[in-house]
Design a binder for this molecule. Structure first.
Ligand code: KG4
Ligand code: ZN
Length: 339
C-alpha cells in the first residue's frame, strides 16, 4: 500500500509518503518551535493557525519528494486523536477533503499507535508479537502490551506528568527554551549524573505505574536552596535525567518479567534522548530481549509513523470520509471500524 500520512496533533505540521508501512519515500516536518518558544509552551491557537498555513504546501512537498501524485496513492492516513482539538481538526479536515476528492480510502489513526509502529519504519520485518512498547512523549508515558497491530493494551502509565513534560518543566526551571528535552540532554552531557540524588518513584510490587512529578519538584526545591544556587546546572540536568531514566528502565524491566516478550520497542519524543537509549540498550543486553529504537527523526512527532500504523491496522483504522471527526480524547483501544 502506498499511503500519504498527515500528522497535526500538536505543533508539528508533518506529512509523509510511505510504501507498505516501511519504505519512507518522503518525510516532511515543519517545526513550529520558533512560534511557541517565547511563551514557554505550546499555544494551541497558534498551533492550529500554523497548521492551516502550512499543511497544503506540506502535502504537496511530500508528494513531490516521493515523486508520486495523489492518483498513485492507495489511501490517506491521518492522526484523528488524541491531541489538541484545533490542531487535529486541520489535519482531519484536510485528509477528509483529499479522500473525498480522490475517492481514496481514509484511515483515522491514533497518534500513540503511530509512535508504537515508528520503530519498524525502514526495517525489513516486524518483530514477533506480542512485543512490549515503552512510549515516552510530551503527553504520555506508558507501557503497552502489543498482541497484534489492532490489539494493544496499556499495562503501565504515569500517575502524573509524562516523562517529556517533566523534561520540559525542569528545563524551564533551568532557564532552557521549550521544548526542554534536547536542551537538558545537551546540558547534561557536561555534568555528573551521580552529583545529586533526586528521588526515584518506587511502585508497589507488581505495579508498572510511574511518576515523574516528584523528581521535578525535588529539582525545584533544590534550585531554590543555597546548595542549589551554588550547584552546576550541568550536574542538575545530568542528575535529573538519570533519575527519569532510572524509573523508566525499572518499569521496562519489570514489565518484561511479567510476560515472555520476544522484543521491545522504545518510542515517542523522549526516546530521542541518548541517555535513555543507552540505558534501555544495556537492559536489552542484560535481559537478552531485542530492543528496537527508531532514529530520532521517527521518535518525535512525524507523519511516516501514522502511515506505518494505518498500513498495519488496515480495516480496523478505516474511516468514512464524510464522518471521521477529530477526537482529542481518542481511546487507546481500537474501536470496531465504522465504514
Ligand atoms: O512525541 P513528541 O514529539 O510529541 C508528543 O506527542 O508529545 O514528544 C515531545 C516531547 C517533549 O516533551 C520533548 O521535550 C521531548 O519529547 N524530547 C526529549 C528529547 N527530544 C524531545 N526529551 C528528552 N531528551 C531529548 N533528546
Ligand atoms: Zn507524539
Amino acid at each position: 500500500m502506498l499511503l500519504l500520512g498527515i500528522e497535526t496533533s500538536c505543533d508539528d505540521t508533518a506529512t509523509a509518503v510511505v510504501r507498505d508501512g516501511r519504505a519512507v519515500l518522503a518525510n516532511v516536518s515543519t517545526n513550529q518551535d520558533a512560534f511557541h518558544a517565547k511563551f514557554g509552551g505550546i499555544v494551541p491557537e497558534i498551533a492550529s493557525r500554523q497548521h492551516l498555513a502550512l499543511l497544503s504546501a506540506a502535502v504537496q512537498d511530500a508528494l513531490e519528494r516521493a515523486e508520486v501524485t495523489l492518483a498513485d496513492l492507495d489511501g490517506i492516513a491521518v492522526t484523528a486523536g488524541p491531541g489538541l482539538i484545533g490542531s487535529l481538526v486541520i489535519g482531519v479536515a484536510s485528509a477528509k477533503a483529499l479522500a473525498y476528492a480522490t475517492g481514496k480510502p481514509l484511515y483515522g489513526v491514533n497518534h500513540l499507535h503511530g509512535h508504537i509502529f515508528a520503530p519498524f519504519l525502514e526495517l525489513d520485518a516486524d518483530p514477533d508479537y506480542p512485543f512490549l512498547a515503552l512510549l515516552v512523549s510530551g503527553g504520555h508515558s506508558q507501557l503497552v502490551h502489543v498482541a497484534s497491530p489492532i490489539d494493544l493494551r496499556v499495562i503501565g502509565r504515569t500517575r502524573d506528568d509524562a516523562a517529556g513534560e517533566a523534561f520540559d518543566k525542569t528545563a524551564r526551571l533551568l532557564g532552557l527554551p521549550f521544548p526542554g528535552g534536547p536542551g537538558i540532554e545537551r546540558l547534561a552531557a557536561g555534568g555528573d549524573p551521580a552529583a545529586l540524588a533526586f528521588p526515584r518513584h518506587r511502585a508497589e510490587r507488581g505495579s508498572l505505574d510511574m511518576s515523574f512529578s516528584g523528581i521535578k519538584t525535588a529539582v525545584r526545591y533544590f534550585l531554590e536552596s543555597p546548595a542549589g544556587r551554588a550547584a552546576r546546572p550541568q550536574d542538575v540536568a545530568a542528575s535529573f535525567q538519570a533519575a527519569v531514566v532510572d524509573v523508566l528502565v525499572d518499569r521496562l524491566a519489570r514489565a518484561a518479567e511479567q510476560h515472555p516478550y520476544r522484543a521491545a520497542v522504545l518510542s515517542g519524543g523522549v526516546a530521542a534522548n541518548s541517555a535513555l537509549r543507552e540505558a534501555c540498550g544495556a537492559w536489552s543486553r542484560r535481559s537478552g530481549i531485542p530492543l528496537l529504537v527508531p532514529p530520532p527523526r521517527y521518535c518525535t512527532d512525524n507523519a511516516a509513523m501514522i502511515a506505518a500504523a494505518a498500513d498495519r491496522q488496515g480495516d480496523a483504522a478505516r474511516a468514512d470520509a464524510r464522518r471521521l471527526s477529530a477526537n482529542p480524547n481518542m481511546p487507546f483501544t481500537l474501536a470496531p471500524a465504522v465504514v
